[in-house]
Design a protein around this ligand. Structure first.
Ligand code: ADP
Ligand code: MG
Length: 379
């Protein structure tokens, strides 16, 4: 991909890039909306992501191109204002630049920028974190700053929280930054503390991207964030991670029903992450699969971040004997479903699920037999 990136940069800007970086997308394995509640998550970096190429300019002009966009965006270093409409994709790298001074690094002034991707965007596979981390590595290199991986992760999250305006936790950027092939990244989001959990060799991932995305998805994400904070407050804790199932049951009668449902999802999901880690370490994919499906049922029932399309895919997948478990992956409200399967699940089975989906919804989901991959790096 590096050769294609350099080639495309030359075709776009008429010269070679000086810096190239890559960051992967990720699967939220289990740990749905737990990160900003101070809980734990397990994610896997994919072998797909976003590449960024960069070359400095003597003037303060900034040019932004992406293989996903037909027109180039231009801006100037002194105007770092948020972009709107068709130019709003630039807010991800622009947000990284806005974050740099917070981390003691002066943002580079003028440059030519190109993004390339082989990751579906808006599917819940975190192309946003991938473009943020690849941009962060490239800009930091241009600024001559060498920062710890954890700081690069925090810069990406800062961009998404404070510039793009999505109050996401550390999951997306943490997994994109720390991922390793054949491993899951476990994150205790309060630290944050990162640890690697080996992925059993018999595990396979299949992703079904519905290409549905609720128009209000960012607003719904923010609403769930707010509802969790309201629930924590009603329970007398700072974050939902500080309570547990028994305390929640005891307090439930005094909570607004919506707060009780949101808290139930988060508290039980945090327990499922711990159980999934233990089951993975014991090579027990059947137990892991049950936890994944239980996570989805909780999304349906308590967190209300699933959709008819996602539910249909989960139901169709878990009916197949080669599937250990399935769940929505990412924030929800559309996007993708992930299935954990044995090697016996193949193209035939995947296409049967897709055909049943097409029958019902009149559209074909995109199928990815996803492989894990390594985390963000200069290339
Ligand atoms: P997800 O992170 O699940 O893919 P988001 O809505 O958080 O979904 O982020 C998707 C957005 O990230 C896109 O709409 C686009 O603005 C931006 N983006 C991601 N990858 C690229 C890319 N290669 N080129 C341009 N913009 C990108
Ligand atoms: Mg995202």
């Amino acid at each position: 991909m590096k050769a294609q990136l350099v080639e495309k940069f030359r075709a776009t800007y008429g010269r070679a890039p000086e810096i190239c970086a890559y960051a992967p997308g990720r699967i939220e394995f289990i740990g749905n909306h737990t990160d900003y509640n101070g809980g734990t998550v397990l994610g896997a970096a994919l072998d797909r992501g976003v590449w960024v190429a960069l070359a400095g300019r003597a003037d303060a002009r900034r040019q932004w191109a992406s293989d996903q966009r037909s027109t180039r965006v231009t801006s100037r270093a002194e105007d770092g204002a948020k972009r709107t409409g068709a130019e709003s994709w630039v807010n991800y790298p622009l947000g990284v630049l806005a974050a740099l001074p917070e981390f003691g690094v002066a943002a580079p002034a003028g440059f030519d920028f190109l993004a390339m991707s082989n990751l579906p965007s808006g599917a819940g596979l975190s192309s946003s974190a991938a473009i943020e981390l690849a941009s962060a590595l490239a800009f930091l290199e241009m600024a001559g700053a060498r920062l710890a991986r954890e700081t690069v992760v925090k810069i990406g999250r800062h961009a998404e929280n404070h510039f793009v305006g999505v109050p996401c936790g550390i999951l997306d950027q943490g997994v994109s930054g720390f991922g390793q092939k054949n491993k899951l990244v476990w994150i205790d989001c309060r630290g944050p503390i990162f640890a690697m959990v080996p992925l059993p060799a018999a595990a396979h991932f299949w992703i079904f991207n519905t290409h549905t995305k609720h128009a209000l998805v960012d607003g719904l994400y923010a609403a769930r964030h707010r509802e969790c904070m309201t629930a924590a407050e009603a329970l007398g804790v700072g974050l939902l991670v500080e309570t547990n199932g028994a305390a929640l049951t005891a307090a439930e009668a005094n909570l607004a029903p919506e707060s009780a449902r949101r808290a139930r999802h988060v508290v039980e999901e945090i327990a499922r992450v711990a159980a999934a880690r233990t089951a993975l370490e014991g090579d027990d994919l059947v137990a892991v699969g049950r936890l994944l499906t239980a996570s989805h049922r909780s999304s349906q029932l308590y967190f209300e971040n699933s959709t008819a399309e996602l539910d249909f895919l989960v139901d169709a997948l878990v009916a197949a004997p080669q599937v250990f478990g399935a769940r929505l992956t990412g924030g929800g409200f559309g996007g993708a479903v992930m299935a954990l399967t044995s090697a016996a699940f193949g193209e035939i089975e995947a296409h049967a699920v897709a055909a049943a989906y097409r029958e019902k919804f009149g559209a074909t989901p995109e199928i990815l037999h996803a492989q894990t991959g390594d985390g963000a790096a200069l290339i």
